[in-house]
Design a protein around this ligand. Structure first.
Ligand code: 2HA
Ligand code: ZN
Length: 277
């Protein structure tokens, strides 16, 4: 099968374009990776043409031998749907989890996203935590979440609680909450380590003054997670713009009732009492 005919490649392209249409991917902003299933690798392997091994910059031994579909460093989400073979590539990880090589794509030159170390470390954490179920890591420059990182304290508790309050579906969609990484230099190992620590606990991590990371089983769930959190942030920005003091909101006890009826576990650390709404 041709690589572009594979269902997972089509799903990846659609998700990248959906993100572009949301306005989360100005210029070369954001990146997306997918850990390819063994049977999917088998179905397209005849097209592979391996390049040179390159260091990842970190060690991901639990991803040894895996293949990833990834957006390219410096490539634009806007162009993915028009020329996927230029914008995207498939990278193979070596048997030590220390090096990668491009086996398909980036036909006009290129390499995996500058955030490849962050993506791989998050993939490793999620693969181990979910018995291999999670396959997608997505980084987007979500406008309203970024705006909130200038006015809310950079704590997991505050961001989780405020976003939960803005839309009833939020605690059901991300019941474990959302983590926050303070501002750090992107692209390197340090921010990758901090993000992957949070990914042990959450499916969402905010990078202050930069954007968000989401992890999930498939494209629908991962895009939906990013979309739900960002929509909630948009409502919060509107509320704060109209009046910083809410007249009414969803209370800690309301959340406890919701948790019971929807059969989700909402950690008490996010249900603290507040002095003002
Ligand atoms: O790809 O989003 O964080 C550009 C970025 C880096
Ligand atoms: Zn970014």
């Amino acid at each position: 099968m041709k690589v572009l005919d594979a269902e997972f490649v089509q799903g990846f392209i659609r998700m990248a374009n959906d993100g572009w249409e949301q306005g989360w991917h100005e210029r070369n902003g954001g990146n997306l990776t997918y850990r390819i299933k063994d049977e999917e690798v088998e179905s397209i392997k005849e097209n592979f043409n391996p390049g040179e091994w390159q260091p990842i910059g970190t060690t991901v031994s639990n991803l040894a031998g895996e293949y990833f579909l990834t957006t390219g460093s410096g490539k634009y989400f806007r162009n993915v749907i028009l020329d996927p073979e230029d914008s995207l590539g498939i990278a193979e990880i070596d048997e030590k989890g220390e090096n990668y090589r491009v086996v398909w794509g980036f036909v006009n030159g290129g390499r995996p996203t500058s955030e490849f170390p962050s993506h791989l470390m998050n993939h490793e954490v999620k693969k181990l935590a979910t018995g291999g179920k999670y396959r997608v890591i997505y980084h987007a420059h979500t406008t309203n979440i970024i705006a909130l990182t200038f006015v809310l304290p950079l704590s997991d508790e505050v961001f989780t609680r405020e976003l939960w309050e803005m839309a009833t579906e939020c605690p059901v969609v991300f019941p474990s909450g959302i983590g926050v990484v303070p501002w750090m230099v992107p692209g390197g190992r340090d921010i990758a380590v901090e993000t992957s620590k949070l990914m042990k606990k959450y499916d969402l991590a905010i990078w202050a003054h930069h954007g968000m990371f989401a992890a999930g089983e498939d494209f629908d769930l991962t895009f939906g997670l990013m979309h739900t959190a960002e929509k909630s942030a948009e409502i919060l920005v509107k509320v704060l713009s109209m009046n910083p003091h809410k007249l009414q909101t969803i209370t800690p006890d309301d959340f406890r009732h919701l948790a019971k009826d929807f059969n989700v576990n909402l950690p008490e650390e996010f249900l603290y009492e507040k002095k003002t709404l």
